[in-house]
Design a protein around this ligand. Structure first.
Ligand code: KIV
Ligand code: ZN
Length: 511
């Protein structure tokens, strides 16, 4: 029988460390449910000690997820481990993932600890974590720039202390596939009792080799890969789950490993994460990009029609592309709406929230005849983020553009419950709208990103707008969806301003 490869998804933790990708508790639960449907073995639900909100999100996920292990990250200190242990307590299967840096540069410049002190802290952390769960993972941060002999000493000590999974992160995306494979072999051979633990790869994509490095580690004996949906993550991101899974499945001749993943759930997971985090998926992205299975050139189309495998190594339906079915329409009732939300893993907190979402659905169905799952996710995200922290709320907008004339916008929005009206001209209608909002709010923030994407295909699609604002070192993404892209832009801008006002302080685990 083929060996098992465990998939550890860290979209909700490392993925959330991407600028502005912070998610609400409801959004995290929704993603966790989709990861469970996808068949992910371990869901890293967050970093419990980061903030009370992060703690509560992990706990809520631990309460609802039954088929995947729920994990919290913890630095190698007592407070972090205890917070992680408490957060995962309700889980059917819970893991604590503790880590400390082991590279000379991190130990000396960041931790200001000697190598022996690092080993001591690691052992103490693993022992304490074992008081909460038998399932303890230890990571040596910046392992790929650490001395292999030192790593073997650290791993020997933490295995004796009770770690069951040993993770070897390429924290800064420095590795090269061939050398990464050699590095893993050396560690596995040089660590006593290495056959008693699962070896794990965690690769960042700074040089675009996260997936290749992870797969090289697998070839060398790693049996867990840490990855994220769409490769989301800090800087250039983490290894993309969909690419790892499809490489291992498609090249079974090379890997001969079994996976628990239901690949038909991949596209739904990709779209959900993209909608919730406002990180669009590039069209030419492997597996989940809109063009991944589109055969543009006539020669390719001809080949595929004659025999699919001439140009296709995977089937679109196997990763869930054809499952994007028409969901609801104008005549769908409240019950059908509630049932489809349930199937998508969305449970609104109250009847009132359901009524509000249903009213918005009806408004949308009046403008757009076909409503898809992506529309529902966008609608619910707007509804729940709005109710949680609605400092600024869109009311109405009127714009005027004419060739040769200066574009003009007049907007009405609620500012902490008080209705405001403002107008401005600008270089385009979006610019005029943002200037009109700023004339009232005076946020002193910097606009870092403005992007518009169509949620579904067709000219009646909703525009999905992302606005990234930065102020005093804090970065937030606001999102707005509407069939009118200027209105979507105004909603996104107001949503970003609301987040800027209310996001709680959270600690970053790796500074
Ligand atoms: O990249 C990294 O080193 C990490 C660790 C916390 C596992 O994310
Ligand atoms: Zn990482």
């Amino acid at each position: 029988m083929a060996d098992r490869l465990y998939i550890f998804d860290t979209t909700l933790r490392d993925g959330e460390q991407s600028p502005g990708a912070a998610m609400t508790r409801e959004e995290k639960i929704r993603i966790a449910r989709q990861l469970e449907r996808l068949g992910v073995d371990i869901i890293e639900a967050g970093f419990a000690a980061a903030s009370p909100g992060d703690f509560e999100s992990i706990r809520a996920i631990a309460e609802v997820i039954k088929d995947s292990t729920v994990c919290s990250l913890a630095r190698a200190n007592e407070n972090d481990i205890r917070r992680a242990g408490e957060a995962i307590r309700p889980a059917a299967s819970g893991r604590i993932h503790t880590f400390i840096a082991t590279s000379p540069i991190h130990m000396e410049k960041k931790l200001r600890m000697s190598p022996d002190q690092v080993i001591e802290a690691a052992v103490r952390a693993v022992r304490l974590a074992r008081e909460y769960t038998d399932d303890v993972e230890f990571s040596a941060e910046d392992a790929l720039r650490s001395e292999p002999e030192f790593l073997c000493r650290v791993f020997d000590a933490v295995i004796q202390a009770g770690a069951r999974t040993i993770n070897v992160p390429d924290t800064v995306g420095y590795a090269i596939p061939e050398l990464c494979g050699q590095f893993f072999r050396r560690l596995i051979e040089g660590t006593p009792n290495s056959d008693q633990v699962i070896w794990s790869a965690h690769c960042h994509n700074d040089l675009g080799m996260a997936v290749a490095n992870s797969l090289a580690a697998v070839m060398a004996g790693a049996r867990q890969v840490e990855c994220t949906i769409n490769g989301l993550g800090e800087r250039a991101g983490n290894a993309a789950l969909e690419e790892i899974v499809m490489a291992v499945k498609t090249r079974r001749d090379v890997f001969d490993l079994s996976l628990r993943i239901d690949t038909t759930q991949i596209v739904a997971a990709s779209k959900l994460v993209s909608t919730v985090t406002s990180y669009p998926v590039q069209p030419n992205k492997a597996v989940v990009g809109a063009n991944a299975f589109a055969h543009e050139s006539g020669i390719h189309q001809d080949g595929v029609l004659k025999h699919r495998e001439t140009y296709e190594i995977m089937r679109a339906e196997d990763v869930g592309w054809k499952a994007n079915k028409l969901t609801l329409g104008k005549l769908s009732g409240r019950n059908a709406f509630r049932t489809r939300l349930k199937e998508l893993g969305i449970e609104l907190e109250s009847e009132e929230a359901l009524n509000l979402a249903f009213a918005r659905f009806k408004e949308l169905a009046d403008k757009k005849s076909e409503i898809f799952d992506e529309d529902l996710h966008a609608l619910v995200s707007a509804e729940t983020s709005g109710t949680e922290r609605e400092h600024y709320k869109f009311v109405s907008l009127s714009t005027r553009t004419e060739t040769g004339e200066l574009p003009y916008a007049e907007i009405v929005f609620a500012d902490h419950g008080v209705e405001r009206r403002s107008h401005s001209t600008g270089s385009g209608p979006v610019d005029a709208t943002f200037k009109a909002i700023e004339a009232v709010v005076k946020s002193e923030s910097e606009l870092q990103l403005y992007s518009v994407n169509a949620i579904t295909s067709g000219t009646d699609s909703q525009g999905d707008v992302t606005v990234r604002l930065a102020r005093d070192g804090r970065i937030v993404n606001g999102q707005g969806a509407d069939t009118d892209i200027i209105a979507a832009s105004a909603k996104a801008y107001l949503s970003a301003l609301s987040k800027l006002n209310s996001d709680e302080e959270r600690a970053h685990p790796q500074v």
